[in-house]
Design a protein around this ligand. Structure first.
Ligand code: NAD
Length: 348
């Protein structure tokens, strides 16, 4: 398997392969940068076509975490891990404890938390073997717990900033928002949007998740094929990455794309495609930083839950700054955000 020649390899400091044959554990931890602090980013549990795909994913995601943590103003570098849901994978306490031992063996250069397929309960199992973990059960008045509601709150504030810039709207009342993927992040985002008076269109591979948003938030179900093309004011991708590409972008029917999924652009050139098409794109790692802000406050014990919400709300003005710089320079928003993130990391 090629590591250094993988297109997502970007001078990563360390890539660690974790294996326990008896427990069926195969994981990869990628540390992209520790320039700003311990490399922090969630662990993803996912089925990959092969090891090469898993490696590529973790390399991409960990670089994204460096940029995300830098843009959120955190004392964290960037890292990420994947646990491969392969043929021999069987979820067990022992498997997650073993994974916790691997995290611990890195001596704090990597801090983990939830990503797709994870839960607070699993983080607690990992936490039996390492202190380099967050997203644990929340204690009264302190930051902690499942980060996804904070992620969703940041996306909500980001959508408000985007519709203000693109549509001149003060709020989302009456606007149509299409949400692709209504899992942890998508569900809570729908809640914020519904409470603010938006009309929701949703799609998910899991019908029960769609039904929940239909009954709780009066959402309109849309097919998996249609959701990206739905005629709406805002498209909020909240499932997996690479959904904005040369095939999907010409089909979009939304002036704003602002959602929580990581790595939404298949390639950097897709940011230029969106810019050329007049679509305002909220860079994913800026708009979805609420969860990692929560994780940082939990890990460093330096903020109450209320203070976390204030820090997360700052995602709105941060995005407005990126939108303004993009308009002034005629550069795509992803290019503007990447340059800002790289400047912060280089300065450290
Ligand atoms: P999740 O697993 O709880 O939800 C993802 C949902 O997307 C699932 O319901 C799944 O069925 C659905 N889905 C998958 N493929 C789909 C498709 N093609 N069309 C429609 N639905 C599809 O995960 P999550 O925690 O909600 O994370 C969602 C995204 O947000 C991921 O990209 C994740 O990396 C990113 N993210 C999550 C957090 C967090 O705090 N959980 C923070 C930052 C970024």
């Amino acid at each position: 398997m090629a590591v250094f020649s993988d297109s997502a390899f970007d001078a990563h400091e360390r890539v660690v392969f974790c294996h326990d044959a008896d427990l069926g554990l195969q994981a990869i931890i990628a540390i992209h940068s520790t320039a700003l602090g311990p490399a922090a980013g969630g662990t993803r549990l996912w089925s990959y076509a092969d090891d090469v795909e898993a490696l590529h994913d973790v390399l991409r995601l960990s670089q994204g975490m460096s940029y995300k943590n830098a843009m959120a103003g955190l004392r964290f570098g960037g890292g990420k891990a994947v646990i491969i849901r392969g043929e021999n994978f069987v979820a067990s306490d022992k498997l997650y404890e073993k994974y916790g031992e691997f995290v611990d063996s890195l001596g704090g250069s990597y801090v983990t938390a939830e990503d797709v397929g994870m839960s607070v309960a699993i983080m607690e199992m990992i936490g039996r073997k390492t202190k380099y973990v967050a997203g644990l059960v929340q204690r009264e008045g302190q930051a902690g717990g499942d980060p996804s509601p904070k992620t969703s709150y940041g996306i909500f504030k980001g959508i408000e900033a985007a519709v203000q810039t693109k549509l001149g709207r003060e709020d989302v009342a009456g606007l149509r928002v299409a949400v692709q993927g209504v899992g942890n992040v998508g569900y809570h985002l729908c809640k914020f949007l519904h409470e603010a008076g938006a009309n929701l269109f949703v799609a998910d591979m899991d019908d029960s998740r769609v039904s929940r948003t239909v009954s709780e938030f009066a959402a309109t179900p849309v097919s998996l094929e249609q959701i990206l093309q739905q005629e709406v004011d805002v498209l909020a991708p909240c499932a997996l990455g690479a959904i904005l590409n040369s095939r999907s972008i010409p089909q979009l029917n939304a002036p704003v794309v602002a959602g929580g999924a990581n790595n939404q652009l298949e390639t950097d050139a897709d940011g230029q495609r969106l810019h050329d098409a007049g679509v305002l794109y909220a860079p994913d790692y800026v708009i979805n930083g609420g969860g990692i802000i929560n994780v940082a406050c939990e890990y460093y014990h330096d903020a109450t839950d209320e203070e976390v919400m204030q820090q997360v709300a700052a995602i709105g003005p941060r995005l407005t700054g990126i939108f303004e710089e993009s308009a002034a320079s005629d550069l795509p928003t992803n290019v503007v955000a990447d340059a800002q993130a790289r400047r912060i990391i280089a300065a450290a």
